[in-house]
Ligand binder design. Structure first.
Ligand SMILES: [Zn+2]
Length: 215
Protein backbone atom coordinates (compact mmCIF):
# COMPACT_ATOMS: atom_id res chain seq x y z
CA UNK A 1 0.00 0.00 0.00
CA UNK A 2 1.18 3.48 -0.77
CA UNK A 3 1.60 5.55 2.37
CA UNK A 4 1.15 9.29 1.91
CA UNK A 5 3.82 11.56 3.35
CA UNK A 6 1.84 14.63 4.41
CA UNK A 7 -1.20 15.75 6.34
CA UNK A 8 -0.54 13.80 9.53
CA UNK A 9 -0.37 15.92 12.63
CA UNK A 10 3.11 15.71 14.17
CA UNK A 11 2.56 16.46 17.83
CA UNK A 12 6.17 17.16 18.71
CA UNK A 13 8.97 17.78 16.24
CA UNK A 14 12.24 19.62 15.82
CA UNK A 15 12.09 20.24 12.08
CA UNK A 16 12.40 23.93 11.31
CA UNK A 17 9.85 25.15 8.77
CA UNK A 18 7.64 22.05 8.87
CA UNK A 19 3.90 22.70 9.09
CA UNK A 20 1.11 20.43 10.34
CA UNK A 21 2.37 19.91 13.83
CA UNK A 22 3.98 21.51 16.85
CA UNK A 23 7.53 22.73 16.43
CA UNK A 24 9.69 22.70 19.55
CA UNK A 25 11.19 26.19 19.53
CA UNK A 26 14.77 26.65 20.68
CA UNK A 27 15.84 29.48 22.96
CA UNK A 28 16.34 32.73 21.07
CA UNK A 29 14.96 31.49 17.74
CA UNK A 30 12.57 33.77 15.85
CA UNK A 31 8.87 32.91 16.11
CA UNK A 32 8.21 30.21 13.51
CA UNK A 33 5.37 30.36 10.94
CA UNK A 34 3.81 27.18 12.40
CA UNK A 35 2.37 26.29 15.77
CA UNK A 36 5.09 25.84 18.33
CA UNK A 37 5.85 24.98 21.92
CA UNK A 38 8.43 26.73 24.07
CA UNK A 39 10.03 25.56 27.27
CA UNK A 40 13.21 24.86 29.18
CA UNK A 41 14.26 21.24 28.69
CA UNK A 42 15.91 19.57 31.71
CA UNK A 43 18.93 18.86 29.49
CA UNK A 44 19.36 22.55 28.72
CA UNK A 45 19.09 24.28 32.08
CA UNK A 46 21.54 27.19 31.96
CA UNK A 47 23.51 28.53 34.94
CA UNK A 48 21.54 31.77 34.72
CA UNK A 49 17.93 30.93 34.00
CA UNK A 50 16.62 34.51 34.14
CA UNK A 51 17.01 35.33 30.41
CA UNK A 52 15.48 31.97 29.49
CA UNK A 53 12.42 32.61 31.63
CA UNK A 54 12.19 36.10 30.18
CA UNK A 55 12.19 34.57 26.69
CA UNK A 56 9.71 31.90 27.71
CA UNK A 57 7.27 34.38 29.20
CA UNK A 58 7.25 36.31 25.92
CA UNK A 59 6.99 33.15 23.80
CA UNK A 60 3.97 31.74 25.64
CA UNK A 61 1.96 34.87 24.90
CA UNK A 62 2.42 34.41 21.16
CA UNK A 63 -0.83 33.25 19.54
CA UNK A 64 0.96 30.41 17.69
CA UNK A 65 2.57 29.14 20.88
CA UNK A 66 0.15 26.35 21.77
CA UNK A 67 1.98 24.60 24.60
CA UNK A 68 4.70 24.95 27.23
CA UNK A 69 7.53 22.47 26.82
CA UNK A 70 9.16 20.34 26.41
CA UNK A 71 9.94 20.49 30.09
CA UNK A 72 10.07 17.95 32.86
CA UNK A 73 12.26 15.58 34.80
CA UNK A 74 15.12 13.35 33.74
CA UNK A 75 16.56 10.74 36.08
CA UNK A 76 19.47 9.89 33.83
CA UNK A 77 21.25 13.23 33.68
CA UNK A 78 23.72 14.82 36.08
CA UNK A 79 21.70 18.02 36.64
CA UNK A 80 20.68 18.32 40.28
CA UNK A 81 17.17 17.00 40.86
CA UNK A 82 16.23 19.97 43.01
CA UNK A 83 17.14 22.35 40.21
CA UNK A 84 15.20 20.26 37.69
CA UNK A 85 12.20 20.27 40.02
CA UNK A 86 12.33 24.02 40.52
CA UNK A 87 12.60 24.79 36.81
CA UNK A 88 9.78 22.37 36.02
CA UNK A 89 7.51 23.81 38.71
CA UNK A 90 8.05 27.37 37.43
CA UNK A 91 6.98 26.25 33.96
CA UNK A 92 3.86 24.59 35.35
CA UNK A 93 2.98 27.91 36.98
CA UNK A 94 3.49 29.73 33.68
CA UNK A 95 1.29 27.17 31.92
CA UNK A 96 -1.40 27.64 34.56
CA UNK A 97 -1.27 31.41 34.08
CA UNK A 98 -1.59 31.34 30.30
CA UNK A 99 -3.85 28.26 30.29
CA UNK A 100 -1.85 26.30 27.75
CA UNK A 101 -1.04 22.58 28.04
CA UNK A 102 2.34 21.17 29.02
CA UNK A 103 4.47 18.89 26.85
CA UNK A 104 6.44 16.72 29.23
CA UNK A 105 9.83 15.09 28.89
CA UNK A 106 10.04 12.37 31.53
CA UNK A 107 12.77 9.79 32.01
CA UNK A 108 12.57 7.46 34.99
CA UNK A 109 10.60 9.94 37.07
CA UNK A 110 7.00 8.99 36.31
CA UNK A 111 5.94 8.51 39.91
CA UNK A 112 7.31 11.97 40.77
CA UNK A 113 5.24 13.36 37.89
CA UNK A 114 2.03 12.42 39.69
CA UNK A 115 2.87 14.97 42.36
CA UNK A 116 3.22 17.74 39.75
CA UNK A 117 0.00 16.71 38.11
CA UNK A 118 -1.86 18.01 41.16
CA UNK A 119 -0.36 21.48 40.70
CA UNK A 120 -1.01 21.69 36.98
CA UNK A 121 -4.38 23.18 36.09
CA UNK A 122 -3.79 22.41 32.42
CA UNK A 123 -3.51 19.10 30.55
CA UNK A 124 -0.16 17.32 30.61
CA UNK A 125 1.05 15.37 27.59
CA UNK A 126 3.98 13.01 28.10
CA UNK A 127 5.79 13.01 24.81
CA UNK A 128 7.92 10.18 23.40
CA UNK A 129 6.24 7.66 25.67
CA UNK A 130 8.07 4.32 25.40
CA UNK A 131 7.86 2.83 28.87
CA UNK A 132 6.43 -0.31 30.40
CA UNK A 133 2.68 -0.73 30.25
CA UNK A 134 2.47 -0.68 34.08
CA UNK A 135 3.78 2.89 33.95
CA UNK A 136 1.50 3.66 31.03
CA UNK A 137 -1.55 2.38 32.90
CA UNK A 138 -0.64 4.50 35.90
CA UNK A 139 -0.37 7.58 33.67
CA UNK A 140 -3.66 6.68 32.02
CA UNK A 141 -5.35 6.43 35.41
CA UNK A 142 -4.18 9.95 36.23
CA UNK A 143 -5.49 11.49 33.00
CA UNK A 144 -2.25 12.15 31.22
CA UNK A 145 -2.26 12.36 27.45
CA UNK A 146 0.50 10.34 25.80
CA UNK A 147 2.33 11.05 22.58
CA UNK A 148 4.04 8.10 20.93
CA UNK A 149 6.94 8.12 18.49
CA UNK A 150 9.20 5.87 16.48
CA UNK A 151 9.55 3.21 19.23
CA UNK A 152 6.03 1.99 18.46
CA UNK A 153 7.26 0.78 15.05
CA UNK A 154 9.60 -1.76 16.68
CA UNK A 155 8.68 -2.52 20.29
CA UNK A 156 6.12 -5.27 20.62
CA UNK A 157 5.34 -4.51 24.28
CA UNK A 158 4.73 -0.86 23.48
CA UNK A 159 2.48 -1.94 20.61
CA UNK A 160 0.42 -4.01 23.05
CA UNK A 161 -0.01 -0.95 25.24
CA UNK A 162 -0.96 1.32 22.32
CA UNK A 163 -3.71 -1.19 21.51
CA UNK A 164 -5.42 -0.54 24.85
CA UNK A 165 -4.54 3.12 25.34
CA UNK A 166 -7.63 5.28 24.63
CA UNK A 167 -7.46 6.85 21.18
CA UNK A 168 -8.98 10.07 22.48
CA UNK A 169 -5.92 10.73 24.65
CA UNK A 170 -3.30 9.82 22.09
CA UNK A 171 -0.93 11.78 19.84
CA UNK A 172 1.81 10.74 17.42
CA UNK A 173 5.12 12.47 16.79
CA UNK A 174 8.47 12.27 15.04
CA UNK A 175 10.42 14.11 17.79
CA UNK A 176 13.98 14.27 16.45
CA UNK A 177 13.86 10.90 14.69
CA UNK A 178 14.07 10.65 10.92
CA UNK A 179 11.26 8.43 9.60
CA UNK A 180 7.95 8.71 7.77
CA UNK A 181 5.26 9.73 10.24
CA UNK A 182 2.64 8.13 7.97
CA UNK A 183 4.22 4.77 8.77
CA UNK A 184 3.52 5.37 12.46
CA UNK A 185 -0.08 6.38 11.73
CA UNK A 186 -0.40 3.21 9.65
CA UNK A 187 1.02 1.00 12.44
CA UNK A 188 -1.14 2.53 15.16
CA UNK A 189 -4.30 2.40 13.06
CA UNK A 190 -3.82 -1.31 12.39
CA UNK A 191 -3.06 -1.95 16.08
CA UNK A 192 -6.34 -0.27 16.92
CA UNK A 193 -8.23 -1.96 14.10
CA UNK A 194 -9.38 1.31 12.55
CA UNK A 195 -8.57 3.00 9.26
CA UNK A 196 -5.73 5.48 9.01
CA UNK A 197 -8.29 8.18 8.10
CA UNK A 198 -10.31 7.44 11.24
CA UNK A 199 -7.20 7.58 13.38
CA UNK A 200 -6.11 10.81 11.77
CA UNK A 201 -9.57 12.27 12.39
CA UNK A 202 -9.50 11.25 16.06
CA UNK A 203 -6.06 12.81 16.54
CA UNK A 204 -7.17 16.01 14.80
CA UNK A 205 -10.04 16.14 17.28
CA UNK A 206 -7.67 15.53 20.18
CA UNK A 207 -5.50 18.38 18.97
CA UNK A 208 -8.46 20.71 18.77
CA UNK A 209 -9.72 19.71 22.20
CA UNK A 210 -6.31 20.04 23.76
CA UNK A 211 -5.09 23.17 22.08
CA UNK A 212 -8.37 24.81 21.25
CA UNK A 213 -7.03 25.50 17.80
CA UNK A 214 -9.54 27.22 15.62
CA UNK A 215 -8.06 26.75 12.17
ZN1 LIG B 1 11.87 16.49 21.51
Amino acid sequence: MKIPTTDFFDFHHHTDGKTGGIYNLRYGEPWPPSYFSAGIHPHDIPADTAPHFQWLKEAVLHPRCVAIGECGLDGLIATDEKIQAEIFMKQIEIANEVRKPLIIHCVKRHSALLHYKKTAKVPMVIHGFNNRSTIGEEMMKHNFYLSFGKSVLHHVNLQQFVKVFPADRLFLETDSADFNLAELYETVSSLKGISIETLSGIITNNVQTLLKLTD
